[in-house]
Design a protein around this ligand. Sequence first.
Ligand SMILES: [Zn+2]
Length: 211
Amino acid sequence: MTEPTRYEVHHHPMLPPGFFYRHWTRNRGVVEAPGVAVIERERLRFVDACPPVGTEIMLEISHEGMAVYTVADIEAKEKADQEERERQEREADLRRREQANCDRAEAEAFNAALALPFRWSSAYKIHHAGLRSGGSGTGDFAKTVTHVRCDEPIAVGRLKRNAEALLCGAGEGQHWVADDKMRAGSGELFDRKVTCKACLAAAARMKAKAA
Ligand SMILES: [Zn+2]
């Protein structure tokens, strides 16, 4: 998008002081005759080039001086700017979705490789205050771990867990446990990748025994 054409206009020595205050922002007018603009009954002369007679114009008084733009140019520029903003938003959204899909593929492959012989879900612990355990409480969950929560009672060798318990046995009775899911690009929820070292160690031991 090309910038709107700037038409310079002369400072009229007879303009009332209030005119400048009123026109500090853009104000509409029209090209009345060749080289002459009329803005709120005040006549301004173009320095050089002038749009055709009858063209709707806007006066802009800024630190750079007085200038006139055509309404068509200004509106085209605003439309182009709006379209550009929308294009950038769509692109950012697409990137977010693609990233979420990558995260999902990685989490699903990782979790499937644990080869746990029971139904389970990813879960995280919540303190009684309602804050996510390990998080800063400000929405930054970077340090929070994702556990394996047993969806059914398990008894594998000496390891026994009730349904709803965490595989690592952490935080029994001290925490509530909530599903730890993320949204894929399609909006579907998926289990986060397990990151609790104790849960992963227990899963590895089970896998070794089963082999
Ligand atoms: Zn754990």
